[in-house]
Ligand binder design. Structure first.
Ligand code: SF4
Length: 345
């Protein structure tokens, strides 16, 4: 029997950095048609992800927030190798994954799984739950039938479900239970990292709290790294250890989630948090203006700081120069002319 644990080789780089994921200068540009002014000559590009760097440690959750079109989903697809990057590096446990092929790519895909917003779309309605969860084991291992059953029952238990639900079909479950099945399916191999793309967004508040608790418990037990992508800032702040804020393909601010939620410093983060409903009246903060215009398209982002047409603090330089990222004392990364080079540590 091929044990799922046996396939993982720890690289020297991983031993040195001890990071599950290290993303450096990641870029993804999509062709976006041709310029109307110069038809046939100039191809335009959608800069979906434009030089993004971050890392995630084992057992850590990085929350990724930003308005629609900021590049969140493209980053998820790049990490899951559903898209190829234009440039940049993605190290998983110290190994570059952007050029993996064949068996090595399969091994990587066993280790990094995803849970999406709508579990129903990822669970075949014609398959019983047992077979849905067992599918990965049948593809990636040579487990015997009884080993498969044991493993499926183990992950059902991890996800808070009884073994006998394996004979049922997805439509026989509630939304929260279906998300538990999706989580069990994602954990059935030797999973080291989960990409949680709006994974609790469609659930009722009480069910959402249960799934968040389940995810936290599983992380504590299994030491899995999470990349949690969401638009609900209360959930992201609750689940994530650190939060990264993106706008039009770039990182604007990244810090410990408690510090960032209490004291957002970038005008865009302030506006984003001010626009979100507080989870408690006492949590209402005077955090400045809300974004006052539509999000520009990544096909033609504004010059300089991409946020300048919407920023209440914009200065003359903001429409000309893109602000370099600096690291403030305490470790916060920020990209804004209010924090110029020299204000960093
Ligand atoms: Fe506002 Fe300028 Fe900072 Fe951009 S760089 S967020 S426009 S102050």
């Amino acid at each position: 029997m091929t044990n799922v644990e046996e396939s993982n080789v720890t690289s020297p780089t991983f031993e040195k950095t001890n990071k599950t994921l290290v993303v450096t200068d990641l870029v993804k540009h999509f062709p976006g048609g041709r310029s109307a002014l110069n038809f046939g000559a100039t191809k335009q590009w959608v800069r979906a992800v434009d030089g993004v760097s971050f890392d995630i440690a084992p057992g850590e959750t990085l929350g990724l927030v930003g308005e629609s079109g900021c590049g969140k989903s493209t980053i998820a697809k790049l990490i899951l190798r559903l898209e190829e990057p234009t440039a940049g590096s993605i190290l998983f446990e110290g190994q570059e994954i952007t050029d993996l092929k064949g068996a090595q790519l399969n091994n990587y895909r066993r280790s990094v799984q995803a849970v999406f917003q709508d579990p129903y779309s990822s669970l075949s309605p014609r398959m019983r739950v047992h077979d849905i969860i067992a599918e990965g084991l049948r593809i990636h291992t040579d487990y015997s039938k009884s080993d498969v059953t044991t493993r499926v029952n183990d992950v059902l238990a991890l996800a808070g479900l009884r073994p006998d639900v394996g004979r049922l079909y997805p439509h026989e479950f509630s939304g929260g239970q279906r998300q538990r099945i999706a989580i069990a399916k994602a954990l059935v191999l030797d999973t080291k990292m989960l990409v949680l793309d709006e994974a609790v967004s469609a659930l009722d508040v009480s069910i959402r709290a249960q799934i968040i608790t389940l995810l936290k418990d599983l992380q504590q037990e299994l030491g899995i790294a999470y990349l949690y992508i969401g638009h609900d800032l209360a959930t992201v702040g609750h689940l994530a250890d650190r939060v990264m804020v993106m706008y039009l393909g770039r990182v604007l601010e990244l810090d410990d989630s408690v510090d960032l939620v209490k004291n957002p410093r970038h005008p865009y983060t302030q506006a984003l948090f001010a626009a979100a409903l507080p989870s408690h009246p006492e949590d209402i903060r005077e955090t400045g203006e809300q974004p006052n215009a539509e999000v520009p398209t990544a096909l033609a982002p504004p010059t300089g700081c991409h946020f300048h047409p919407r920023c209440p603090d914009a200065m003359e330089t903001c429409s000309v120069d893109f602000p370099q990222e600096v690291t403030l004392s305490g470790g916060r990364r920020i990209s804004c002319h209010l924090y110029p080079s020299g204000s960093e540590v």
